[in-house]
Each structure stands twice: as structure tokens, then as C-alpha cells.
Design a binder for this molecule. Structure first.
Ligand SMILES: Nc1nc2c(ncn2[C@@H]2O[C@H](COP(=O)(O)OP(=O)(O)OP(=O)(O)O)[C@@H](O)[C@H]2O)c(=O)[nH]1
Length: 311
């Protein structure tokens, strides 16, 4: 993650990966040194923050070639509430260099702090930024470079949505995962299914139907409720030989609207969360089928992970 001073990089890391309350980021001090944090999810993720006050191309600070050739995605944060022209020029220079050392790099631009802009102004700002970045790249002869833009804020779910999409680009097995989730939907009559990283609430995969932000929010909040409830109860069983084995967390909850939320713990800190509608009289049967299919999905996920590890 890179960009200017006070654009919001540390806040994003704290809110997404450390569950910090957005308002508490007001008191974060400016980062003075590059930092790296490692997270284990479906993939091992290293998030590196490059402080805005340091020059990326200063040889005594960074080995730029090594840095850019070792990363999978560059996330550039632009403060949409501040004057951003110099940030855009800086971005063009970074892209020019990054593309020369790593042609596979995903370039992701967060147009951040959009909570302070009106709905119309958000889209106008996005259009302006995309246009300017496009023109700058054209000047460098880099018009074929693919860049993704996201409107984000730490005060709503947009930052999780953006990070979900960014992390998904780094998962080599994503098409296979999406296929498995589509099959699960088809055979279990689910309306929507997500594979969540429980700690960050990033979804590492979902089925191929469009993501609706409200459904995402309900599912993410259901994870918190389940974890709180799970802490209250003993979640382990004794085997015949006396060993105590903890059971994977599973939770089903019916909302007033009639929708049913379903959560089943998977491997590597992941949970499968689904939304569905059940006819009352068939609840138990339908849930038994879903449980069975989810266990089949979990086994496939384990195999996928084993194979990915061997590669
Ligand atoms: N309104 C609004 N403020 C934000 C948002 N994200 C971060 N901020 C605020 O922006 C200020 C700077 O955030 P930091 O996370 O310290 O910025 P940084 O890019 O890490 O800054 P350096 O460490 O100096 O490079 C803080 O006061 C945050 O509360 C956002 O989405 N909306």
C-alpha cells in the first residue's frame, strides 16, 4: 500500500485487518517506517505499508526493483477530500517503474474518504481521476496497463468490498472455488454464498451471482454474532478414546424477513456464510441436505488447499 502522507493507509490496515473502530483512527500517528504484517487466510497474505513521507525511489530506503518484483498487487490510496493532482503524477511515475519490473502486477487505486463527498461528486471525482491517470499513462506510452479503481471509506463496507476484490485477484484457484460455490448454490437452493475470512471480513470467494452490499453486510455481521455466541458455549466433544476434539462452528438463524442465515466453519480461518429462504415445514430436511453439501464443499476446499501448497 502506498501513497501520500495522511491519505488513510494505516487506518485502512487497522480497520480491515485489526478490527479497529473507524473513529479510533483519528488518533493514529503518522507512519514513519515501512511496515509489513503477515496474515494467514486461504493464501498467506503479507500487507506492506509504505509511508507517504518516504520516497519510494530513494536507494538508501528501498531496493525498488526487489520490492516491486516481489509483490502481487500495488494498492495506491488517494485522499479524495484533498488536492490530488500531485498524488496522480506520483502514481503515474510508480506505475511506469512497476510495470517495467513486474508485468504481472495488479494495480489497484483506492479513491478514499468518499464519505465526505456527495453522491454526484463521488462519481465526478472518479471520472476525473480515471481520465487524468489515463492521460498520464498515455504520455508514458503505457495506455495498455490495466488499473482498477474503487470508491472507498472506512466508515462503511466499501473498504471491505475493495479489499475482497483485490485479495481475490491474488488467489490462483479462484475460478475453481467459484465453480464449487455455484454447484453448492445449485444443489442446496441458496440465494447467495460467501467464503469469508473470519478475522478481516474479507470474502475470498463468492458464487457468480452479483454481490449486493446489504447481503454482504448482513452476512459479515452474522459472523460477529456467531463468534460472540460461540464463546459462550462449550464447543467440544469427547471421542470414544477419551480425546477431546472441538467441533467446527455451525450456526443457523432465521430473520424476521423470513430469510435464513447459515454459517459453517471451514479451514484456515474461513467460514462459509449463506443466505436462503426455507419453507417452514421442510426446514429440517432442507438443512440436512445443506449440511451434507457444505461438508462435501469443505472436503473439496481441503483438497484444493493441499494441492495449492504442493505447487
Ligand atoms: N473521513 C475519512 N477519514 C479517514 C478515512 N480513512 C482514514 N481517515 C482519516 O485520515 C487520517 C489519516 O489517516 P492515516 O491512516 O494515519 O493516514 P496514512 O496514509 O497512514 O498516513 P501516513 O502514515 O502519514 O503515511 C486519520 O485522521 C483518519 O481518521 C475515511 O475513509 N474517511
Amino acid at each position: 500500500m502506498s501513497n501520500k502522507y495522511r491519505s488513510g493507509k494505516s487506518s485502512i490496515c487497522k480497520v480491515v485487518f485489526h478490527d479497529m473502530q473507524p473513529l479510533d483512527t483519528l488518533y493514529l500517528e503518522s507512519t514513519t517506517k515501512p511496515t509489513t504484517e503477515n496474515f494467514k487466510s486461504l493464501i498467506d497474505l503479507a500487507v506492506m505499508e509504505l509511508p507517504g513521507q518516504l520516497n519510494l525511489f530513494e536507494p538508501s530506503l528501498y531496493d525498488s526493483e526487489k520490492l516491486f518484483s516481489s509483490i502481487g498487487a500495488l494498492v495506491y490510496v488517494i485522499d479524495s477530500q484533498d488536492e490530488y493532482l500531485s498524488a496522480l503524477q506520483n502514481l503515474a511515475v510508480i506505475i511506469k517503474y512497476a510495470c517495467s519490473v513486474n508485468s504481472k502486477l495488479h494495480i489497484e487505486v483506492l479513491i478514499h474518504k468518499i464519505d465526505g463527498l456527495s453522491e454526484d461528486f463521488r462519481l465526478e471525482t472518479q471520472r476525473d481521476i480515471m481520465q487524468r491517470v489515463g492521460d498520464d499513462l498515455l504520455d508514458y506510452g503505457l495506455d495498455g496497463v490495466q488499473i482498477s479503481f474503487y470508491l472507498t471509506s472506512i466508515f462503511d463496507h466499501s473498504i471491505y468490498e475493495a479489499f475482497s476484490r483485490i485479495v481475490q485477484k491474488l488467489i490462483y484457484e479462484l475460478p475453481a472455488l467459484e465453480n464449487l460455490l455455484d454447484l453448492l448454490m445449485q444443489y442446496s437452493t441458496l440465494d447467495k454464498v460467501f467464503l469469508f475470512d473470519v478475522n478481516s471480513k474479507i470474502y475470498v470467494a463468492t458464487d457468480s451471482s452479483p454481490v449486493d452490499m446489504q447481503t454482504y453486510e448482513v452476512c459479515a455481521e452474522f459472523i460477529d454474532v456467531t463468534i460472540d455466541l460461540d464463546g459462550l458455549y462449550e464447543n467440544s466433544g469427547q471421542e470414544a478414546d477419551g480425546t477431546v476434539r472441538s467441533q467446527p462452528t455451525r450456526c443457523v438463524s432465521k430473520l424476521q424477513s423470513g430469510s435464513v442465515l447459515y454459517l459453517h466453519q471451514m479451514i484456515r480461518g474461513l467460514a462459509l456464510v449463506a443466505v436462503m429462504r426455507l419453507e417452514d415445514e421442510n426446514d429440517a430436511n432442507a438443512l440436512a441436505v445443506i449440511d451434507h453439501n457444505v461438508l462435501v464443499f469443505k472436503k473439496s476446499l481441503e483438497k484444493l488447499w493441499e494441492r495449492a501448497r504442493i505447487k
